[in-house]
Design a protein around this ligand. Structure first.
Ligand SMILES: [Zn+2]
Length: 375
């Protein structure tokens, strides 16, 4: 990576850093823009001696996977630092410069999200679940009475988010298990907001999704059973929806091999209504974000948020909204700038307009991260 990086070259005997220069049509503004990059930051002020890294094509703020779990290969595995680093690089090389990791086996190490060859990371501490929910040995399991304290602790430790399970359905039993109560979840959300944190909630069932919306959490993950009547409320209180089509596509196989008719029927019906649900959410003004829910299995490799964009577009929602869900909309929701003066120089360039050809998202012509050429 470094041998093609003019910024690095500038740190050597050639004297001061020269910087980079990019130009193209920016999204979402559609303006022809020209930026220089100095000290990892975008500027409209020309930098003498800057090397042109992008000359034409389409410029997007760095891509985002808003729901992913790098650093392990199988449910139950502890966090593996070498894998975490490899997954981070896979994201960067695909143009994904920002990850939100809603839950991990252990709290993520500080270097992840900070080192030059790693994406920026918004984490959420350890998964929080009631006993019986989520994979045994992977979450921090706590009783309902202790959940709010634990959520505050994880949000403070992560510097932002916490992640809580409102329900858990991977087999027939999950369909009968009670979801987290609205009162508990609302109390937890108030407590986490009071310390400046945000709350991501896993919900697959109608009851779990209702609890999340009525508790006014910040993001609803999955939302398979979400009642469309709640969408307006979600839009009004800015609860984002992260439908994670990518993981559900892999569940088709899981459901097919299930011996439970009831689970199979539930999953197929829930999966089939996810597209129309996301369309309706978009129409209602809900913030829809792209998240793959990759957790490292062979079926869910890291770096593939472009596939989630295509799923979103197929819901259908407009291609621009689907791309924004993995770029400027997700960045703004997570508190990161787009392509503007003094913003961090995290961007991705394409030879063609991705809105008219979503397949181009797989082959970025250029990826710049923290002001350095990654690809
Ligand atoms: Zn997840």
């Amino acid at each position: 990576m470094s041998e093609v990086n003019p910024v690095d070259r500038g740190c050597g005997e050639r004297g001061p850093v020269e910087g980079l220069h990019v130009r193209g049509v920016a999204l979402p503004s559609e303006e022809a823009v020209e930026f220089w990059i100095k000290d990892g930051t975008l500027t409209r002020e020309p930098v003498p001696g800057a090397v042109t890294a992008v000359d034409g094509g389409w410029l997007l703020p760095g891509l985002v996977d808003a729901h992913t779990h790098p650093g392990a290969e199988r449910p139950g595995d502890s966090l593996d630092a070498a894998l975490l680093r490899r997954h981070g690089r896979e994201y960067l090389s695909a143009g994904v410069t920002l990850l939100r990791v809603p839950g991990s086996a252990e709290r993520l190490p500080a270097w992840f999200g900070a080192e030059p060859d790693q994406p920026r990371v918004v984490s959420a501490g350890r998964w929080l679940a009631l006993p019986g929910m989520f994979y045994e040995g992977w979450a921090r399991h706590v009783g309902e009475a202790e959940l709010a304290d634990a959520a505050v602790e994880e949000a403070l430790a992560s510097g932002g988010w916490c992640k809580v399970y409102a329900d858990w359905v991977v087999d027939e039993q999950g369909l009968d298990a009670p979801s987290l109560s609205v009162d508990r979840l609302a109390e937890l959300t108030r407590r986490v907001h009071a310390v400046g944190g945000r709350v991501a909630v896993h919900a697959q069932t109608a009851e779990g999704a209702r609890a999340a919306v009525e508790a006014a959490v910040d993001s609803l993950e999955h939302g398979l059973g979400l009642d469309v009547a709640l969408l307006e409320r979600m839009a009004g209180q800015n609860t984002a929806l992260v439908p994670t089509f990518t993981v559900w596509a892999t569940f088709e196989e899981v459901a097919r091999s299930s011996r439970s008719n009831r689970f199979r029927q539930w999953f197929h019906a829930a999966h089939a209504r996810l597209g129309p649900l996301v369309s309706a959410a978009y129409e209602a003004g809900v913030t829809v974000l792209a998240g793959t829910d990759s957790y490292g299995t062979a079926a869910l490799p890291h770096g593939k948020v472009a596939g989630e964009v295509r799923h979103l577009a197929a819901s259908p929602i407009p291609p621009e909204a689907a791309i924004g869900a993995a770029s400027w909309i997700a960045r703004s929701f997570l508190g990161f700038q787009g392509l503007e003066q003094d913003a961090p120089a995290d961007l991705v360039a394409y030879d063609r307009d991705p809105r008219t050809d979503l397949s181009i998202l797989d082959i970025p012509a250029r990826v710049i991260h923290r002001g350095r050429i990654v690809r």
